[in-house]
Design a protein around this ligand. Structure first.
Ligand SMILES: Cc1cc2nc3c(=O)[nH]c(=O)nc-3n(C[C@H](O)[C@H](O)[C@H](O)COP(=O)(O)OP(=O)(O)OC[C@H]3O[C@@H](n4cnc5c(N)ncnc54)[C@H](O)[C@@H]3O)c2cc1C
Length: 388
């Protein structure tokens, strides 16, 4: 760039942070605006597998790959698939030295990215209301009240319900017909040995028809549970979601006929159920270039959580930073970035949509009928896992 551009990133999620980190590595000043009050204001969520061809590429660009690998859990690549009778259908373990998609707690990855930034880069407690393009090709950020700030480039990294997205696209997320209800186990090996045996070192999934129970091991004996089913968004009508025992009873009702060892996942967890209806952006989602404004990650391509969203957000963030560093104008940088990111996002969103339909078929609550519905499981492509 002939002059140093003024750059704002909205959202201190994984995508926004890696983008800021790569920019700073190359001497570009950047400010990240985050609505949350601080780095520890909420639990950051479960375990993520970071893929060598996407997320790890981004972390290498930020100079963080070795530190990521040191924090990661390669043994977490193990996964198990059961039917509703708790019969093990398939078990995959990573071979020795396999680092193709090691797991890491999301909170640890976010902390690693935050630590890589110059102090003061993230402005916490700064919810952005909107971004608007200006006639001279720059962009305006609207904070609360009448406060505005102008930038040469505004990057919407603010997730599913992006406030920046309306500047480039009218698209809105819509409900997929699938809901995840999240809960957890603590100290699983000591307090819940039966659950720990069912789970193994990584992820387990039990499926039948449009229902599944998924558990994922995090660090320190913590396990996240995702109770996932097809149903209306108001499946909890008449239920107080804060009433753990009432929610538990309603969920147990949905999984009638499942083996007792699987029902223990619903019965014995620590409670505190979090309702997560799955929303997606339309496919394909694209836009005509808007000078000075772009999107990355979920803001650009919210898709079903089938294991690529965080990886793509990381890759988008690193590639956008590299495009800005490598071009002489913001316009050229956005041309280069969007011409690669948008088609990649459409490909991945199409696949994710197909995977959701396969994993959560819209059928009555019954067994899937045949192994083809369960196997091969596209959530964990064969090519990356050994010891079948
Ligand atoms: C249950 C679940 C499990 C998942 N598992 C996986 C997985 O295993 N692997 C994988 O690759 N993906 C997974 N995903 C998807 C992944 O979580 C997302 O794709 C990823 O977090 C997107 O990153 P992002 O940086 O684009 O957005 P986000 O992580 O959503 O970050 C957005 C940030 O912007 C901030 N923000 C929002 N609005 C504003 C505003 N107006 N002003 C300022 N700041 C704002 C938010 O507070 C947040 O910090 C999963 C998703 C879910 C729901």
């Amino acid at each position: 760039m002939s002059t140093t551009p003024r750059i704002a990133i909205v959202g201190a999620g994984l995508g926004g942070l890696v983008c800021a980190s790569v920019m700073q590595q190359h001497g570009l000043p950047v400010t990240v605006f985050e609505r949350e009050p601080g780095p520890d204001s909420r639990s950051q969520g479960g375990s993520l597998d970071i893929h060598e061809d996407t997320g790890q590429v981004a972390l290498r660009a930020a100079g963080l790959l070795d530190r990521f690998l040191a924090l990661s859990r390669p043994e977490g690549q193990e996964w198990r698939l059961y039917d509703r009778h708790a019969a093990l259908i398939r078990r995959d373990r990573a071979g020795d030295g396999d680092l193709s998609r090691p797991e890491i707690d999301r909170g640890r990855l976010r902390a690693l990215l935050l630590d890589s930034l110059a102090p003061g880069t993230v402005r916490w407690n700064q919810p952005v209301q909107a971004a608007t393009p200006l006639p001279d090709g720059t962009a305006r950020l609207h904070h609360g009240g009448r406060t505005v700030e102008d930038f040469d480039l505004v990057i919407g990294a603010d997730g599913a319900w992006s406030r920046v997205r309306p500047a480039v696209s009218d698209a809105q997320p819509s409900y997929t017909g699938v809901t995840m209800v999240e809960t957890h186990f603590d100290d699983v090996d000591r307090r819940h040995p039966g659950i720990a045996r069912l789970l193994g070192a990584g992820t387990m999934s039990a499926k039948a028809g449009g229902r599944s129970l998924v558990m994922q091991r995090n660090s320190d004996g913590h396990v996240r549970v995702y109770i996932t089913f097809r149903g209306p968004q108001d499946w909890h009508a008449g239920l107080d979601l804060a009433d753990t025992e009432a929610v538990r009873a309603r969920l147990l009702d949905r999984y009638q006929g499942w083996d007792e060892s699987l029902l223990a996942i619903l019965r014995d967890n620590e409670g505190g159920f979090i309702n997560r209806p799955m929303f997606v952006l339309p496919v394909p989602h694209s836009w005509e270039r808007v000078p000075g404004i772009t999107l990355l990650g979920d803001a650009a391509h919210l898709m079903p959580p089938v294991g690529v969203g965080a990886n793509l957000a990381l890759l988008d963030g690193a590639e956008l930073a590299q495009a800005v560093i490598g071009h002489s104008t913001v316009d050229q940088a956005l041309d280069a970035y969007e011409s690669v990111m948008l088609p990649r996002a459409i490909d991945n969103a199409t696949t994710a949509q197909h995977m959701l339909a396969t994993l959560m078929p819209d059928v009555a609550d019954s067994d899937s009928g045949s192994d083809e519905a369960l196997f091969p499981d596209p959530l964990w492509p064969d090519s990356t896992l050994a010891d079948r």
